[in-house]
Ligand binder design. Structure first.
Ligand SMILES: [Zn+2]
Length: 342
């Protein structure tokens, strides 16, 4: 079985985007503020948006199940206040839940949180609880920078985040550390802000003792971990200077990386540097990079090809990356699969 731990609903019907634009207009002019019930998307529209896109590509590329969360760049936590984020998160999470209901063999939901800059992260807990308890979400996406590229929140090691971590530990769910769109012109959203955030999140964990306080807390750092695997020696050296334990003891019981790296040399480096137990298969498809690589003739984000072509990841290791690690990092996913005899 091949589990893709990183997929977003990037192909939602246009009505969703229209509703969001109206909501943003309503921030300035409350008379324009739409109600959640004003958004009407039928099951047939949801089915079509998935069957002709993500599911079609999953079947073509041979992945079986996607952990499916709302479109990351659309989370845009910097827009509006907590109430705006709260309504928006609830709508987006409900759509992913409905997709999972319509295609239960192929999608299982992960939640976005109603984060808002300067607002206590504990305010996200009711939505988190609802998504896990009522809608079967197996993980969350946690945005370390709800300001959208201005980094006004404390680091992930700060106690302000602890209420979310306590809930994650209670439910035994991981968080993918995932920023949203950049509203800072210095940082391109998917080319700079995403990768910066991946690297930044890792370093915030490295300099802290977060996982002493939460030994079972688990983070997935997406996009292959940003610059982390490439600069592993720098991080090992910094940890040594900071008198931290070896990274395998300090961070690798808690931090995992996905395979959203869009060329063979990158995947080869990731799998050479990071222990196989810490790598989860993912494509982030249909996402930021949708084109065909002229050097290979295949889509950049067809990441299974790189694993299949790897001479480093073979046999049982391949099974860990495709399935075994995802079941371990997402115990609620494992339980949901086992309940279906999978
Ligand atoms: Zn993503």
């Amino acid at each position: 079985m091949i589990i893709d731990c990183h997929g977003h609903y990037t192909t939602a019907p246009k009505a969703l985007e229209n509703w969001r634009h109206q909501q943003i207009a309503g921030i300035q002019d409350p008379a324009q503020m739409p109600k959640p019930g004003d958004l009407q998307i039928s099951d047939d529209e949801l089915r079509e948006s998935i069957a002709s896109n993500q599911l079609r590509l999953m079947k073509a590329r041979g992945s079986d199940l996607t952990i499916f969360s709302p479109r990351a760049s659309f989370m845009a936590h910097h827009i509006g206040d907590f109430q705006v984020s709260s309504t928006w998160a609830a709508i987006c999470n409900e759509l992913c839940f409905r997709v999972a209901q319509l295609f239960p063999d192929h999608f299982i939901p992960a939640a976005m949180l109603p984060q808002s800059p300067g607002v206590d992260p504990a305010t996200c807990i009711p939505e988190l609880v609802r998504c896990v308890e009522q809608w079967g979400n197996v993980g969350i996406n946690l945005n370390p920078d709800p300001s959208g590229g201005h980094w006004t929140s404390p680091p992930l090691s700060d106690r302000a985040w602890y209420p979310i971590y306590e809930k994650m530990v209670e439910y035994d769910i991981p968080a993918m550390i995932h920023v949203s769109t950049s509203c800072n012109a210095c940082f391109h959203t998917t080319g700079a802000h995403y990768l910066n955030a991946d690297t930044t999140a890792f370093m915030q964990c490295l300099t802290s003792d977060l996982f002493k306080d939460f030994p079972t807390l688990r983070f997935i750092i997406p996009h292959g971990g940003g610059a982390v695997p490439y600069h592993w020696g720098r991080f090992r050296g910094l940890a040594q200077e900071l008198k931290k334990p070896l990274l395998k003891d300090h961070l690798l019981k808690n931090i995992f990386f996905d395979t959203c790296v869009y060329h063979q040399p990158g995947i080869d480096l990731l799998t050479r540097v990071i222990p196989v137990e810490n790598i989860l298969f993912a494509s982030e498809m249909i996402g930021a990079v949708r084109g065909i690589d002229p050097e290979t003739g295949h889509h950049f984000d067809d990441t299974r090809r790189y694993i299949e072509a790897s001479t480093l990841v073979v046999g049982d290791d391949r099974h860990l990356i495709y399935e075994g690690n995802a079941r371990r990092v997402f115990p609620r996913l494992d339980a949901a699969l086992k309940a279906k005899g999978r």
